[in-house]
Design a protein around this ligand. Structure first.
Ligand code: ZN
Ligand code: MN
Length: 503
């Protein structure tokens, strides 16, 4: 069913579960390193492989991050809490249980204010939606399965599966919202804005590198529909592991249409997990959802309870960054952006990128020009989030420096950008490898100017006779010969000088 029609008939209710991998040096319960991208099964030990007799020891840095996240989300921090075993079998989890928290999470009952940008084409101020946080708890990540053969990368149809336990035991914080009601047809944008705001907050806290495409921030999107805002909550589905901001919005939009069609035809929505398909923009059924009882939770007997000293919690409160909305207002004033400019960069998810580009030496105006201009266009074409496009703020700052120092012009800068995005290295390297530098050396330019004059004798005569406007044709000929790499201002001077029109 179309989105508009679905919205006329039903009221959506969202719920978002975000798993964030902490950027601690070591895992949650052992001393193994956590770096992304290592050779499979090289960052493992008896504890994270679940070998009999191996005992866990809690990572204090992970608890510190958990508390800081809880505080930043305005939660109450438990003065005493425990870990629990969540029992289920899956090959990526060799212990056959995940150490998580169940009825005693470290943080409960908070909120996050989310600025939802005004719709495209409206210059209204962003709408602030308060998303209530149910809980944030600590747990460990699972390993990774790689299903080989069958084409889809999923287990169905695969010939065999490989397992990498490097990720098993990496510290995770799971952040769960309360049902988000009353967003109406803006539900997809609210979901996206929540994840974006949370990502900015976690980045500012310095607790995670929050890279959705690498899986260090993963979002499960719960959605249900009901006939009216007064009706009881409908049956929800949980779309797992949606891995970009854009996909969060699309997944909500798709599920609204799909569930509306099921309900309108008199059917029932099944409580189940669903897979998100990036390529088609569809969700398909996963497993029917377990209930908490299925997991046979019980307190983890190998770990002592966590009882953070209240003085320590207060000390950590003192380390919190500015809340995201306040931070953005301060940046806008510092950068001198208009409300409209700020809304556009906010919409594009470019605020932290511009911030980092400015820190790397670019002016705010130049940083904005790149991130909301050519870079944003490429991200849109490729269907990825700006931050995942593969150009860093430092590279954008370097690109601008090359323009400012006159070594490349705007036109060449686009080609340098293409090179960086194609993985050819930093802007300097692309300029060198592709030979893109602007030529302002009089020897090379003078020779090209002389060739242009002898090839166009009638134009040259006009200029000699005082028709200076005709110089454009000769400048164009030189630029063409030098593939746009000539310093156009200097070429003009040389043409006029040669034809007796200078000074
Ligand atoms: Zn280990
Ligand atoms: Mn979890």
């Amino acid at each position: 069913m179309g989105f508009e029609e679905a919205m006329e008939r039903f009221d959506p209710v969202l719920g978002l579960e975000v798993h964030v991998e902490l950027s601690t040096a070591t895992k949650m319960f052992c001393g193994c390193p956590t770096e992304f991208g290592a050779e499979p099964n090289t960052q493992v030990c008896p504890t994270c492989l679940g070998l009999p007799g191996a005992l866990p020891v809690l990572n204090a840095a992970a608890v510190e991050s958990a508390i800081r996240i809880g505080l930043a989300l305005n939660c109450d921090i438990a003065s005493w809490c425990r870990f629990a075993r969540k029992n289920y079998f899956y090959p990526d989890m060799p212990k056959n249980y995940q150490v998580s928290q169940y009825d005693e999470p470290i943080a409960t009952g908070g909120w996050l204010d989310v600025e939802v940008p005004a719709p495209e084409g409206s210059d209204a101020a962003p709408e602030v939606v308060r998303v209530e946080i149910e809980r944030a708890h600590m747990e460990e990540d699972t390993g990774k399965s790689l299903h080989v053969g069958g084409g889809t990368g999923r287990i169905h149809g695969a010939e065999y599966s490989l397992l990498d336990y490097n990720r098993a035991g990496v510290p995770l914080i799971e952040i769960v919202t309360k049902p988000v009601e009353g967003t109406g047809s803006r539900a997809p944008e609210v979901a996206r804005a929540y994840v974006a705001t949370l990502r900015d907050l976690l980045r500012a806290l310095g607790v995670s590198d929050v890279r959705m495409e690498q899986g260090s921030l993963r979002c499960d999107v719960n959605l249900s529909l009901r006939e009216s805002p007064q009706a009881p909550l409908g049956t929800r589905t949980e779309t797992k592991n949606v891995n970009s901001l854009r996909s969060v919005e699309r997944a909500v939009r798709y599920e609204i249409g799909r569930q509306a069609a099921v309900l309108a035809a008199g059917g029932r929505v099944h409580q189940e997990t669903r897979h998100w398909h990036e390529d088609t923009g569809l969700t398909t059924p996963g497993r029917s959802k377990e209930t908490a009882e299925d997991y046979r939770y019980f307190p983890e007997p190998d770990l002592v309870p966590v009882a953070p000293d209240p003085a320590w919690v207060e000390e950590l409160r003192g380390t919190l960054p500015e809340p995201p909305a306040q931070h953005r207002r301060r940046l806008q004033a510092q950068w001198g952006f208009s409300d409209l400019e700020m809304r556009d960069v906010l919409n594009a998810g470019a605020v932290p990128l511009i911030e980092a580009t400015v820190a790397a030496g670019a002016s705010p105006a130049a940083a904005r020009k790149w991130w909301s201009g050519p870079v944003a266009r490429r991200a849109k074409e490729d269907g990825v989030d700006l931050a995942d496009l593969g150009i860093t703020p430092a590279q954008v700052a370097e690109l601008q420096r090359l323009v400012d120092t006159g070594r490349i012009n705007d036109k060449l800068a686009r080609q340098v950008l293409d090179g960086v995005l194609a993985g050819e290295g930093d802007p300097e390297q692309v300029v060198a490898a592709r030979g893109l530098e602007v030529v302002s050396d009089d020897g090379a330019l003078g020779a090209a100017v002389d060739r242009a004059i002898s090839a166009n004798p009638d134009v040259a005569d006009k200029i000699r006779a005082g028709k200076v406007a005709a110089a454009g044709a000769l400048i164009g000929a030189v630029m063409k010969e030098m593939r746009g790499q000539a310093d156009a201002g200097r070429v003009r001077e040389l043409v006029l000088e040669r034809l007796g029109q200078s000074g």
